[in-house]
Design a protein around this ligand. Structure first.
Ligand SMILES: *Cc1c(COP(=O)(O)O)cnc(C)c1O
Length: 450
């Protein structure tokens, strides 16, 4: 067998052993493991090192220093694990090494991403005529959507953004939920809206935009709402807000990085009206459990997104809705392939089962936490549980105890100005056993901190 194949097999063997151990590994590396990282502090070699040794070092020093978010005991942020079918599809696609800009770059990538796009619009029940760009992250996809939104509002006023830019342009306002994700604020900042000019729509006690206190909207406003607030998992009241916003001529964008997947579950009532928006972003790498990284920019009028992101050149002609015209990336890997594989491997029923299970487990953990004497701060309408352990010091001590245990991990949060912690259920590997072990760990933490 030639050297390349020996090498690939060594990497595959290490990968298989790693995946086999995700249920029993420490969820976060301990001090002893972290010391191994010093082994990477080497000088740039003058001549290349044997490839098998490169991979062996990566595994020896690297594997013990991973955060095992690809396991069943990780409850931090909303990371999701990697479904085997999606991870395996990605592995084959990596071997193909396609530049998936357009059909000319990769007929198979173009075909699979068109299929994945069609399936996504079906399972999320969004307007079927929408275009779907597969980008690196919800952040990058929101940047693409809001760029298109601003350009379109200006176009409707007769302003040629591509030629004239923003100098002297009619003013476009941006109104965002007060509880909007930090990455949407960054997007507004990067696009030059100016944080002092961003208008925040006040929220109620569940972190939902309050329709009664909605700032004035007009045909020069971009309104950003969200499906799945990071702390509470709540949804803005789309059915109340969006029709009025659209009637005023505003562009409505929805950040549904993880929460949009509630559409694929049994309980989708809170997402009603979301389909009336103009654009949406969602991640594959969070709740759909595809590997990092992959997300979707979805735009009802695909031409608006494609005109904004247009990158045709004489040497790379392509159809208007080629992927390179729908995302920030030009050279790109076909992120839609893992999404295609996940949707095919799970089917509608499998996605529904996973979303429903995570919501059910979140309620189970909330009940267990309450029974143990913890304070649950949210209604648990999705997969997020926001918790406090009495005073701030105790809350922080419980968080630290669980993190140091290596048996599970969740992160700190701040809710209404005070420390809390947030438990998120989003790994396909997590079941009742893991939920119950987490509850037992919380009980142990409470006994320890007194
Ligand atoms: C994670 C997240 C984002 C950003 O998504 P990335 O894929 O990490 O860029 C945006 N909004 C919400 C609500 C999120 O949870």
């Amino acid at each position: 067998m030639n050297d390349e194949l020996v090498l690939m097999q060594a990497a595959d063997r290490a990968a298989v052993e790693y995946v086999a151990s995700v249920g029993t590994r420490r969820v976060f590396p301990d001090a002893e493991a972290l010391r191994l990282l010093d082994g990477f502090d080497e000088a740039l070699p003058q001549s290349g090192v044997d490839a098998v040794e490169v991979i062996a070092q990566l595994d020896r020093l690297g594997s013990p220093n991973t955060v095992v978010s690809n396991g069943p005991n990780y409850f931090g942020f909303v990371l999701g694990a990697a479904l085997p079918v999606a991870a395996a599809a990605d592995r084959l696609a990596l071997a193909w090494d396609q530049c998936a800009s357009s059909w000319d770059g990769s007929p198979v990538a173009d075909t699979l991403e068109r299929t994945a796009a069609r399936w996504l619009l079906e399972i999320l029940d969004l307007p079927r005529e929408s275009s779907v760009g597969f980008g690196t992250s919800a952040t990058a996809c929101s940047l693409a959507c809001l760029t298109a939104a601003r350009r379109e509002l200006l176009r409707r006023k007769g302003w040629d953004f591509d030629a004239q830019g923003l100098e002297g342009a009619p003013r476009v306002r941006i109104v965002v939920s007060q509880a909007i994700h930090i990455t949407l604020k960054r997007t507004a900042r990067v696009l030059g809206f100016g944080m002092d000019h961003v208008v925040f729509a006040p929220c109620d006690g569940e972190a939902r935009v309050d329709p009664a206190r909605m700032p004035a909207l007009d045909d020069m406003t971009i309104l950003c709402l969200q499906a799945g607030e990071v702390n509470t998992g709540e949804f803005d009241p789309f059915a109340e807000i969006i029709p009025a916003a659209k009637a005023a001529g505003a562009w409505v964008h929805v950040d549904g990085a993880f929460g949009l997947w509630a559409r694929a579950g049994s309980d989708r009532g809170r997402t009603e009206g979301i389909e009336l928006a103009d654009s949406w972003t969602t991640d594959g790498h969070k709740w759909l459990n595809t590997p990092y990284d992959g997300a979707m920019a979805i735009c009802r009028d695909g031409r608006v997104l494609a005109d904004a992101m247009q990158s045709d050149a004489p040497y790379v002609p392509a159809v208007w809705d080629a992927q390179k015209n729908l995302t920030l990336e030009f050279s790109r890997r076909a992120r839609g392939i893992a999404i295609w594989a996940a949707l095919k491997g799970l089917g509608r029923d499998g996605v529904r089962e996973m979303v429903d299970r995570h919501c059910r487990l979140a309620r189970r953990i909330a009940e267990g936490a309450q029974a143990a004497g913890l304070e649950v701060l949210n209604r648990v309408v999705l997969n997020q549980v926001l918790v406090r352990a009495g005073d701030d010091q105790r809350t922080q001590a419980v968080t630290a105890y669980v993190q140091a245990s290596g048996r599970a991990w969740f992160g700190p949060a701040v809710w209404e100005g005070r420390p809390a912690f947030r438990i998120s259920v989003s790994s396909w590997r997590t079941g009742e056993a893991e939920a119950d072990r987490l509850i037992a760990l919380l009980e142990a933490a409470l006994r320890e901190v007194g």
